[in-house]
Write a protein that binds this ligand. Structure first.
Ligand code: PA5
Length: 426
């Protein structure tokens, strides 16, 4: 994994970069030993929650589900599902073991149509459900679990329904823990010292990922590699700090949006994970870059226009995969002149690379400070390393902004009014 800041340099001189560092020396001092901030730091050591015993337990449970289920419904919202979705979309099918159930996501919204479609997709198939909730106060998983629980109990005996429901819960006095104990659901721990959006390396992310057939030990190895590199104060920590410094120094210069762009559409759910991580961690006290995501080349034909010539307020980070999971040669066309003969002898990857290089050049010359995060390949280990790296960048960046990366007080505001409306007698 490498960070390239060269395309941002025309927009942030070495002197401006150094001035920002000087001004924030006190905050940067706090970031020795791996981006520490105070608070929910259980994610800092991935093996604390994904040790040998936990990996074996999750693999055994996932093995049963892969054998018996045709469909696996993940009930969870925000940090309770984004990490697993990111990995499953990015790595399946190429890096996953073949077989296993279709994975569906519930509790993403309050839409009756979405729920009806979900029911149609699971009906008549062998269903397992994983309900993931840290507090079990969030409306979407609470409502969806009530409906799915009734559905499961209408299709299976009460005992069989209970065997097919697995919960990921705060163990102790949590409501979902109590419900699980009383109803005989099997449960995994949702670590108390890990917030939702930092939970991908805990049972929260690991069970769905293992059910998808992804090698969770390789994922953890990637995260641990990044952890060691950061805690030893090595190059990766320096990259994380300089990424955080660059984006916030540009914020101080008036840029307001960071776009994460990639040329592999399998990374779209990763983009949503990244967007949630930064939006909920940093977007408070009227500060921070707004995180946006672009999937190229498709979005070059929509927001690409804005990136090139719209209001100059964006910085862009390209997530570049040096060797994608597969490639294919372009078919020759001897029969017809279709105007595309210049592609003869090329592969998709070569063509995609030309589009990527051309876009970096056009955007950076067009007034967008660009950075590149490069991964060698798209596999569990690389993504483990990348996700851990982004945790560190996000914490460093939040510390520089002076905000708490582990809370999200702003999401409560609409809820107060929603609950008032819902609790008013009809
Ligand atoms: O990152 C976070 O902490 C949040 O996005 C939560 O994951 C999200 O609000 C869901 O919370 P819960 O699992 O308690 O329902």
């Amino acid at each position: 994994m490498r960070l390239d800041r060269n395309y941002a340099k025309p927009y942030l001189s070495p002197q401006e970069y150094e001035t920002y560092i000087e001004k924030h020396r006190a905050e940067l001092e706090k970031l020795k030993n791996g981006g520490h901030a105070d608070g929910m730091l259980g994610w800092l050591h991935p093996e604390d929650w994904a040790d040998e015993a936990m990996c074996t337990r999750i693999e055994e449970l996932a093995g049963e589900i892969r054998e018996k289920a045709q469909v696996f419904v993940v009930v969870g919202l925000g940090g309770s599902n984004q990490g697993a979705r990111a990995l499953i979309e990015a790595l399946c099918p190429q890096d996953a073991m073949p077989g296993g159930p279709e994975i569906l996501y519930a509790a993403l919204n309050l839409s009756a149509s979405y729920y009806e479609t979900l029911l149609k997709r699971i009906d008549g198939r062998s269903v397992y459900v994983n309900v993931i909730a840290k507090n079990f106060q969030t409306l979407e998983p609470g409502l969806t679990f009530r409906m799915l629980r009734h559905y499961m109990e209408s299709r299976y005996s009460k005992e069989e329904a209970a065997r097919r429901i697995i919960t990921t819960v705060t163990v102790g006095d949590g409501m979902l823990h109590r419900i699980s104990e009383e109803n005989g659901y099997r449960y995994l721990p949702f670590p108390e010292d890990v917030g939702g959006r930092y939970s991908v390396f805990t049972p929260v992310g690991l069970l769905p990922v293992a059910v998808a057939g992804i090698h969770i030990r390789e994922l953890i190895q990637g995260a641990v590699k990044a952890e060691r590199a950061c805690l030893a104060g090595g190059e990766l920590l320096e990259d994380a700090k300089s990424y955080a410094v660059t984006r916030n120094a540009l914020l101080e210069k008036g840029y307001g949006i960071e776009v994460l762009s990639f040329f592999e559409p399998q990374l779209e759910a990763f983009g949503r994970w990244w967007r949630q991580l930064f939006a909920e961690s940093e977007g408070k006290q009227n500060t921070a870059l707004f995180p946006a995501v672009c999937s190229f080349t498709e979005d070059l034909h929509s927001v690409g226009q804005y990136l090139q010539q719209g209001k100059r307020q964006m910085i862009e980070t390209f997530l570049h995969i040096a060797t994608p999971p597969c490639d294919r040669k372009v078919d020759p066309e001897p029969q017809m002149d279709d105007g595309f003969d210049y592609l003869d002898g090329r592969t998709f990857h070569e063509i995609n690379e030309c589009a990527y290089r051309a876009t970096v050049k056009a955007h950076s010359e067009g007034g967008v400070p660009c950075m590149i995060v490069e991964l060698d390949g798209l596999d569990a280990r690389s993504l483990g390393e990348l996700m851990y790296f982004y945790f560190i960048v996000c914490v460093c960046s939040s510390v520089l902004l002076g905000v708490d990366p582990f809370d999200q007080p702003g999401v409560e505001n609409y809820k107060t009014e929603m609950f008032r409306l819902l609790k008013t007698k009809k």
